[in-house]
Ligand binder design. Structure first.
Ligand SMILES: C[S@@+](CC[C@H](N)C(=O)[O-])C[C@H]1O[C@@H](n2cnc3c(N)ncnc32)[C@H](O)[C@@H]1O
Length: 206
């Protein structure tokens, strides 16, 4: 399967098992395919936005849907010392471990309740995980629960998924309920080869 077909299969997967199988096959060539061949811009841009809002380098950050660890490596290069990673795919976590930048890596399904304590993290970052056939807006409840009050949550949503999966109403309802406050929203280039964009949202948890 070529890289365009793999990406297409990732956003049209019919079940978590099918998606997991796909990432198992893709893990070894994922970084080269996306970063070098397809122009995956979102990690660098999002890491840069995150750094504007999470300037405290003392607390622990969780990279949500860390994949092979592209985002963790960027944050580590920028001097963040305490980064953990969560992903559904053991194969992607295996690749992330090789980067040597995460204090801890663990397998979890963001579509379920997480076995993580309330207020555990100072900040969360998530790139490329809120998209079709992956994770939907309902998972934001758990992300808020595991972030300490005052902490930052920065995440991307593929722009078509933002429009089709009700993210606007969902995120605004959470704000109306006093769960978090919007700090920033931008539309950025996502994957150059497919001319796609994603939304980057930054919230402060209440
Ligand atoms: C496009 S990759 C992004 C990985 C990394 N953040 C990056 O930017 O390269 C999406 C990741 O989400 C993970 N994922 C998909 N569904 C998930 C779920 N339900 N729970 C946790 N991780 C999930 C996949 O295993 C994959 O590693």
């Amino acid at each position: 399967m070529g890289r365009r077909q793999i990406l297409e299969s990732a956003i049209t997967a019919k079940s978590p098992e099918a998606l997991g199988d796909l990432y198992s096959q893709w893990a070894g060539s994922y970084d080269n395919d996306l970063l070098n061949e397809m122009g995956y811009k979102a990690p660098a841009t999002t890491a840069s936005i995150f750094q504007q809002f999470h300037t405290d380098k003392v607390g622990t950050i969780l990279d949500v849907g860390c994949g092979t660890g592209i985002v963790g490596a960027l944050l580590s290069d920028s001097g963040y010392p305490a980064i953990e990673g969560l992903d559904y795919s053991d194969a992607m976590l295996h690749e992330a471990k090789k980067k040597g930048v995460y204090r801890e890596l663990f397998q979890a399904d963001l579509n379920k309740t997480l076995t993580v304590a309330n207020d555990r993290y100072s900040a969360l970052i998530s790139v490329g995980t809120f998209t079709f056939a992956h994770v939907g807006p309902e998972a934001l409840h758990e992300l808020i629960r595991i972030t300490r009050p005052g902490g930052v949550i920065c995440f991307t949503v593929r722009s078509e998924a933002w429009n089709e999966h009700g993210y606007k109403g969902f995120t605004e309802d959470l704000e109306a309920q006093g769960k978090w406050a919007l700090l920033d929203r931008q539309t950025i280039d996502y994957i150059e080869e497919e001319h796609s964009t994603c939304e980057v949202l930054v919230y402060r948890v209440s």
